[in-house]
Design a binder for this molecule. Structure first.
Ligand code: SF4
Ligand code: SF4
Length: 200
């Protein structure tokens, strides 16, 4: 039993030693280009990669998967006349489901009739409170709020920089489509399906 345990230890040490040697051999083969180059990063991310290494953050960044979630943003459609039409109807669903209650919405009001409009006059997310759970995006009935991939938001001015207002939250539909191609495709199909049902 003692002999077997010793063999296991030796095997483990051999694996560690081989990986250490591989590190230098692969680095030599890449002639210093294994780091800080797109091809080198792809090689280190591949299944067949060899040796021991790390990602040289912040100079290098790992590509975020589509479902990565950080602070939400509000999607707007660019109309032909140049108007930025928010998809948000100020229904308040996202604010209701937000676990730490960090979404604040004020509904716009028609200046003449004083009736409430289906659009927000103000929309604020407290980014320092948001826990990136994504519930707001899941529950929004209009695909109007989506989770962003921007995660480098550290700041010295918490009270001003981490209070995301409408201006900071608004991003074009094309940005959402590029960030979440599969989700955008699915949402578009569902919207078209609903439109067709409405027409029947
Ligand atoms: S983002 Fe969506 S859920 Fe939130 S208020 Fe706007 S339409 Fe409603
Ligand atoms: S991601 Fe979660 S915590 Fe952040 S605003 Fe949306 S519901 Fe709230």
């Amino acid at each position: 039993m003692a002999t077997l345990t010793g063999l296991g230890l030796l095997k483990g040490l051999w694996v560690t030693f081989r990986r250490m040697v591989d590190t230098y051999l692969v680095d030599l083969r890449w002639r210093g280009k294994r780091y800080r180059s797109a091809a080198g990063l792809q090689d280190r991310l591949s299944y067949g990669t060899r040796g021991i290494f790390t990602i040289q953050y912040p100079e290098e960044k790992l590509p975020s998967p589509e479902n990565f979630r950080f602070i939400p943003f509000l999607v707007y459609d660019q109309l032909e006349d140049g108007e930025k039409k928010l998809r948000c109807t100020a229904c308040g669903m996202c604010a209701r489901v937000c676990p730490p209650q960090c979404i604040w919405i004020t509904r716009a009001v028609d200046p003449e009739t004083h009736k409430p409009l289906t659009q927000p006059a103000e929309f604020v997310i407290e980014a320092d409170v948001c826990m990136n759970c994504g519930l707001c995006a899941e529950f929004c009935p209009f695909d109007a709020i989506q989770m962003d991939h921007v995660y480098e938001i550290a700041t010295h001015s918490r009270w001003t920089d981490l209070r995301y207002d409408l201006k900071k939250l608004m991003k074009p539909a094309a940005y959402h489509a590029a960030l979440h191609p599969l989700r955008d495709q699915q949402e578009t199909l569902e919207r078209e399906g609903k439109k067709r049902e409405g027409e029947v």
